[in-house]
Write a new protein. Structure first.
Length: 243
């Protein structure tokens, strides 16, 4: 099995996702857009993970490779492979599927409470009714046609969506570990001007280890959910996987 990361910035890394993939036996490959826009062979991929980044999904003039990336994402969605987008990655999936990406009502940086919505269908992932996640975004997106809203909040309506059985976009970060958040806040310290929706670095780093453990556990549940059918088909060729 082969998983491929689209990484847009050195600081926005895979966090706990990489170790989960390694434990599951995936070969891991990368496109580092900050160094090269070399795309993989879609036919060789079993899972695509699209990470965050400081640019906008609309910054096609400044970053021409965004056009190629979104075209690749559209093809990947149609191919039926599992796809997970995080922050910018979720916005790129939305844009690739024809939805608008635009400024959010507020810029959110820090740990905030989110609301998991009741499942509309048995094929949808079920989030906790209430949970905390790390946020770092100033844009949001409309839902792509056919997508289901999974998570919301008072400050940003569309926090997570699922399209089909195997495509999910998360506006928030469940993959982060303490060292990841330390690196992000060190790198972007000038942005941390505290207000109601932006926490100071000190406040962000004071959140307990349990926050990270719960977030990482939820992320591994999402990874298992998105890849279940594919992993079943790889381990039992010819046997139809269940829902």
């Amino acid at each position: 099995m082969r998983a491929h990361f689209f990484q847009h910035d050195p600081v926005d890394g895979p966090g706990c996702i990489e170790s989960w993939l390694e434990h599951q036996g995936y070969e891991i490959t990368w496109t580092h857009f900050f160094a090269s826009a070399q795309m993989p062979d879609l036919n060789e991929l079993d899972f695509l993970i699209i990470l965050g980044g400081p640019m906008s999904a609309n910054d096609e003039e400044a970053f021409p490779w965004l056009l190629r990336e979104k075209a690749f994402i559209r093809q990947a969605v149609l191919s039926g492979i599992p796809i997970l987008g995080i922050c910018l990655g979720a916005q790129l999936i939305a844009s690739a599927l024809g939805a608008k990406v635009y400024k959010s009502p507020v810029k959110e940086i820090g740990w905030f409470s989110l609301i998991g919505l009741p499942k509309e269908d048995e094929k949808l992932f079920s989030f906790p009714v209430s949970f905390h996640a790390f946020q770092w975004h100033e844009e949001t997106f409309d839902l792509p046609q056919g997508a289901h809203l999974l998570v919301t909040s008072p400050t940003c309506k569309n926090q997570a969506f699922q399209w089909g059985r195997k495509v999910m976009g998360l506006q928030f970060h469940l993959e982060v570990r303490p060292q990841d958040v330390k690196a992000m806040t060190d790198y972007c310290l000038p942005e941390l001007v505290p207000n109601k929706y932006i926490q100071s670095q000190r406040d962000i780093l004071s959140f307990p280890a349990e926050n990270y453990a719960l977030a990482n556990r939820l992320m591994t549940q999402i990874l298992s959910f998105l890849t279940w059918e594919m992993r079943q088909s790889k381990s039992s060729p010819g046997i139809r996987a269940g829902p």
